[in-house]
Design a protein around this ligand. Structure first.
Ligand SMILES: *[C@@H]1O[C@H](CO)[C@@H](O)[C@H](O)[C@H]1NC(C)=O
Ligand SMILES: *[C@@H]1O[C@H](CO)[C@@H](O)[C@H](O)[C@H]1NC(C)=O
Length: 336
């Protein structure tokens, strides 16, 4: 017996040592400096500007298009990414519009990410209205293109327009794409559900959440033949980490609860508005699955035209099939 005692206590000490060592390592990891912006994202940043909304800086890009066009297009990105999501169709859009504009919502991309902050779709709609005033376009008719989270912001903008609220956007048309328009057929990813609902787990997950974690989660929502490259995923990740954005991902995710709470307001706006509507849909989308989503959309939004892309296109149509996305969008724009 005796001869085992020292050994056991050495063992115990060994584990304690490892445990103690883990604490500073964890601390270093959690406070690890954010990765540097990639070359592509830095170039995007240099092409844009910022304006101040209620004390926070909002990043936007406003590119002059080709003379001879009269239409303006404003693009609203999804969760958890940024205006960079539109980079693959940007150049082509400038050939068909007089101005191409996109912003990073508060808490996303290259914009400020205040913490603590109660992020909401209503506030993001106000950010868009403020940007339009900032650019001197308050009286201009604007074509909106939206994806995912941006779809819900767009519906709030449509609601305000239809209610003739002060400061509302003068919306000429709206093109939606893969987004949780209907809470009843929307299936957020497990990680999204954990982050949005668990007060205690979320801060831990966010701090240990790393690129591998993000990479796997993101790849899942793309179609099998159009997965993003590592460079593309890295561009998304550095934009999220910029300004410690990984720490606000759970607060931003409250939009899923807001969609449920305000379903009547937003689905109501979608089904009753007179704004010309189009939907571009990648059907292999685990978040808004085929055919439930599209069947419900067609049933409820009778006035809208619809483009269903190739059966293998997933949740990110503008990245997975930029040519198909653009063709569908231009056809819509020329139809009214
Ligand atoms: C967020 O909302 C909660 C509940 O309404 C409130 O108690 C809290 O002070 C708000 N936080 C911030 C930073 O505004
Ligand atoms: C919308 O509101 C503005 C200002 O409040 C008012 O002048 C205008 O008549 C309203 N338009 C409609 C269609 O209600």
């Amino acid at each position: 017996m005796c001869q085992y005692l020292p050994k056991q206590s050495t063992m115990r000490e060994w584990w304690v040592q490892v445990g103690l060592l883990c604490i500073p390592l964890m601390a270093v990891y959690v406070h690890m400096p954010p990765p540097k912006l990639s070359f592509a994202v830095r170039r995007w940043q240099h092409a844009g500007k910022t304006f101040t909304f209620r004390g926070n800086k909002i990043f936007y890009i406003d590119t002059p298009g080709t003379l001879g066009n009269t239409d303006i297009v404003l693009l609203l990105h999804g969760y958890p990414a940024s205006s960079y999501d539109w980079s693959k169709i940007w150049h082509q859009l400038t050939q068909h519009f007089i101005r191409v504009i996109a912003l990073d919502f508060l808490g996303f991309g290259l914009s400020d990410k205040p913490l603590p902050h109660n992020y909401s779709i209503f506030e993001q709609a106000s950010v868009v209205e403020a940007l339009v005033v900032e650019l001197g376009l308050a009286n201009q008719r604007i074509n909106l293109v939206a994806h995912d989270y941006g779809d819900t912001v767009a519906l709030e903008l449509v609601y305000r327009r239809d209610q003739n609220r002060t400061g509302h956007l003068n919306i000429k048309s709206l093109c939606l794409s893969n987004g949780g328009l209907f809470p009843e057929v929307n299936y957020p990813r497990l990680l999204q559900r954990l982050l949005k609902d668990s007060t205690y787990l979320a801060p831990v997950l966010l701090r240990i959440g790393n690129y591998m974690f993000f990479n796997n989660g993101m790849r899942e929502v793309f179609g099998p033949y159009t997965k993003p490259t590592n460079a593309e995923l890295w561009n998304m990740w550095v934009s999220i980490r910029y300004n410690d954005g990984h720490l606000v991902l759970d607060s931003l995710l409250q939009y899923i609860n807001q969609r449920i709470k305000h379903r009547e307001r937003w689905v109501g706006a979608l089904t009753t508005t007179s704004v010309p509507l189009h939907l571009i849909y990648g059907p292999m989308d685990p978040v808004n699955p085929h055919p439930e989503f599209i069947e419900l959309y067609k049933k409820l939004v009778k006035r809208s035209t619809v483009t269903v892309l190739n059966e293998y296109i997933g949740h990110y149509p503008q990245l997975e099939d930029p040519i198909g996305f653009l063709a569908a969008y231009l056809k819509f724009i020329h139809s009214f």
